[in-house]
Design a protein around this ligand. Structure first.
Ligand code: ADP
Ligand code: MG
Length: 424
């Protein structure tokens, strides 16, 4: 049973290596490898097979090298490369009978596999498994015939059993695994596609709704403006309403575009303090309306890298939410801190707060508790901008007490140096 034992050892090694690869791919959340990666993996497996082969006499080595050759040749189309690698690897173990037998058996095989590869990929999974198993069996038979000629004095019954059962079993198990991973991959791709389509559909519906409202209002006021006898005061009032409505339509489009293309177009050095001051100026009228007092504490100046317009869009959304969470007034405090590696921005409100369920859904597209007054796009955009700026967000919230948002952005080292030397 020596050959059987050795081939089982070979098979276990193969399965262990493939299993480790599967775990690594699963951790990377990506069940695919580059062609180069796969070729290297198969060559390593080939080497393992040859290293742990059975050699009853020094001139021959029996192992499961046929498994990586068949599977690599049929599933990846790298048969010829693997056979060349096999011949080179085998030559390191001596240029005897076994070496020449390898050339005689595997060189024609590499061409057959190369020709079969395009046809093979078009077959249904079950047929693919059957084809690999059959080719494995044929190679097993040829190997045992070669063994008879080599006069190795090995037990032929053992050899027939080992080479008819183990390679086909191994090839069957591994190609089943490959088909399984391919199926998961396909399903994952389909799911992503379906989700994308759904998101586009929902987004389209929500956005056309969100844009239509302000546009209808604006066109209504434009019609009123057509009245020749309208007082100058009324005319100005209507014009400002039209402007505001158009501005809100533009914001919806801006939010959508940012979500669709979160990467930053331009990177500039942003002075966090002055950017935040600008945003507060924009939002001051809204804060006054809700009797919200804005408290700022920008004790240290910080510089970060990012797109100014996106940064403002991000914090307008955050601060607007904070103000909206305090319809009966409250305090909104905004502070920044500055360390060697991070600029931290803290936004704290004394508003309605969120439950843990609501917190979990924060940032989900279309998640809003504001009914027709909310779009549920604001926080989604905030998250995508912060991610694009290599920043992070953490949120703490308590119902009826308020919410605290903590943002961290990487500091720019060059500016850090200048500031320190400037201050010294
Ligand atoms: P919208 O403001 O249009 O509802 P957002 O994406 O900006 O959409 O916010 C999603 C939801 O997150 C809000 O409806 C609200 O329930 C919750 N939320 C966000 N910020 C706060 C906050 N500071 N305090 C309480 N709830 C908040
Ligand atoms: Mg909002």
């Amino acid at each position: 049973m020596e050959i059987t034992q050795h081939l089982f050892l070979n098979l276990s090694l193969l399965i262990i290596v493939l299993f480790i690869c599967l775990i690594i791919l699963e951790k990377r959340q990506q069940f695919s490898l580059s062609r180069f990666g796969i070729t290297c993996l198969f060559i390593v497996i080939l080497w393992l097979c040859i290293q742990f082969s059975y050699n009853p006499i020094p001139s021959v080595r029996y192992d499961l090298r046929l498994i990586p050759i068949v599977l690599g040749g049929l599933y990846v189309g790298i048969g010829p490369i693997l056979v060349v690698a096999l011949i080179i690897l085998r030559s390191f173990y001596g240029l005897h009978l076994g070496f020449y037998q390898t050339i005689i058996l595997y060189l024609p095989l590499s061409i057959i596999l190369w020709k079969l590869y395009p046809w093979f990929l078009k077959q249904v999974p079950v047929r693919r498994i059957l084809v690999t198993v059959c080719i494995g069996m044929c190679l097993g038979v040829l190997t045992v015939i070669g063994m008879t000629f080599a006069n190795t004095h090995a037990n032929l019954f053992d050899a027939w059993f080992a080479y008819l059962v183990i390679p086909s079993l191994g090839i069957g198990i591994i190609s089943y695994g490959i088909e399984f991973v391919r199926k998961i991959n396909e399903m994952q791709q389909q799911l992503i596609k379906a989700e994308k389509l759904k998101a586009v559909e929902q987004m389209g519906a929500a956005i056309s709704h969100e844009i239509r409202n302000p546009l209808t209002a604006a066109s209504g006021f434009v019609q009123l403006l057509e009245d020749d006898y309208l007082s100058r005061h009324k005319r100005r009032e209507y014009l400002s309403i039209v402007k505001e409505e158009l501005f809100s339509a533009e914001r919806v489009i801006q939010d959508y575009l940012t979500f669709a293309k979160p990467s930053l177009e331009q990177f500039e050095e942003l002075n966090v303090k002055s950017e935040l001051r600008q945003i507060i100026n924009i939002l001051q009228p809204l804060a006054n309306q809700n009797s919200v007092e804005i408290i700022t504490d920008f004790s240290v100046i910080g510089f970060i890298k990012g797109d100014g317009q996106k940064f403002r869009q991000c914090f307008v959304n955050v601060l607007k939410n904070a103000i909206e969470s305090m319809p009966n007034g409250g305090y909104l405090s905004i502070s920044t801190e500055f360390s060697q590696s991070y600029v931290t921005i803290k936004v704290k409100d004394t508003g309605v707060g969120m439950s843990s369920k609501q917190l979990e859904r924060l940032g989900e597209p279309f998640y809003s508790t504001k009914g027709k007054n909310g779009t549920g796009l604001g926080m989604m955009v905030v998250y995508s901008i912060v991610r694009a700026m290599d920043g992070s967000i953490s949120v703490e919230s308590e119902m009826e007490k308020g919410t605290t948002f903590l943002f961290e952005f990487p500091t720019i080292p060059s500016i850090l140096m200048n500031e320190q030397t400037g201050r010294a």
